[in-house]
Design a binder for this molecule. Sequence first.
Ligand code: GDP
Length: 499
Amino acid sequence: ARLLNIRLDPLRRKMIKVGMDAEASHDHLLTAEYASLLALEFNRNPVVNDEAAFDIFPPPAHSDSSTLPLRPPVVTIMGHVDHGKTTLLDTLRSTSVAKGEAGGITQHIGAFSVPVQTNGSDGSQPTITFLDTPGHAAFSAMRARGAGVTDIVVLVVAADDGIMPQTREVIELVQKEKVGLVVAINKIDKPGVDVSKVEHALLAEGVQLETFGGDIPVVHVSGMTGQGLEQLIETISAVAEMQDLRAEREGKIQGYVLESRVQKGLGAVATVLILRGCLKSSDHIISGMSHAKVRVLADSNGKTVKAAYPGMAVTVSGWKELPKAGDEVLQGTESEVKKALANRTRKAEMEATLGDMDALNQQRRNERELREKEADAAAADEELEETSDKSEPDIKELKLVIKADVSGTVEAVAGALQGIGNNLARVRIVATGVGDVTESDVMRAKAIGGMVVGFSVVIPRPVQTTAASQQVTLLSSSIIYRLMDEVKERVIDLLPPVI
Ligand code: GDP
């Protein structure tokens, strides 16, 4: 409306008249066609600027991937906490340094590569790329963006601990994501561990181990002593071979930022995992709202490399801003990158404005809901007041809204607090419920002039803020006696002063 120099209402009316009912809301982004049509309706001459929507896209998929060169597999190590993921990664990393160039310094860059014994087929040294953020962080960040960067998951299970909740999570994840799986039963150096018991437990979880005729390989290792690691590498390499991982080693790149940081003397540096193409110094790349003319490429040993190929993770310097971990990295010409960046910036600004509007609307809705709830609670309380025992008009009451983690406990807590008081001051339980403390609990307590008591529940920060601003007391503990003591104190405070 501003561009056409008219008010919003006539524009809306016109839109509805020409059939753009669905588009006639203030936060709808019009397509170029619709915008042009509208401009024509107002006797303006629209010029569609295609460049204004320019962005860079991943290079098109190759028609026959079987002719492309092989690439190293990308492996993530997962498993329950304390099952030895970090130790295993450290040992694998030092193996790679020992086998690599003398004088190489191990650097934590988010990934490292380990050489595989060559079988002599084409003379080149195959490698495996390990993402070195143990656990789910890197994996899920990228998965959330729909990027499957991991080819194989190594599920670490400590032989002395067996299947634990996070072990099950990984099993589920692997089944859903259809990535390769290698099971590493770890800590076999510990005396008295029963590996076969763990294997049977895995089978019971639906992991079809090779041991039992299935197709999931299992390796027995010790991240601490290094025992079995060679076999682990071979096994991963065999799984990768079956997956037949191939990608173009030339042309524009597609990659992902694994991590980024500001490094003295180099400025913003990001570790980029290359999925396709070839990245060289002086190339122009973009990631999210940042871009770079690549200055220095280095591997996980800190060694400068001339080019990075698929499956490799390299640190890239030359970024204008710090790129975000998990963001896609794409390549273009200098002017393509500039145009894409300008458009991404414009789009982000537009989204921020719309976001502000949404936030404002949401805030208004929340306020309205709170007011309604307040009124409801007040009405309910009036009813309660009316029906309550009129024969004891002077009795003081500490009114409570009780929340607890499970329904059995709610009753127990209510029972314990119910009895507190005497014929001058006592507890009155106005409401009980299961689950975390919510805004409406706070507003309810506010409306009755009472307080909220939580047993083994979480009080989210926004709820705490509301309570503070509404001056509603929140009492929370997972020790029932503490709650009872606190409530007692407050009932005593209600007693008339002794003269
Ligand atoms: P994460 O939480 O899975 O990364 O586990 P860590 O690598 O931090 O290991 C947890 C604990 O188990 C540490 O005290 C390690 O020293 C120990 N640990 C890890 N791997 C082994 C192993 O192969 N053998 C033995 N005996 N202990 C290990």
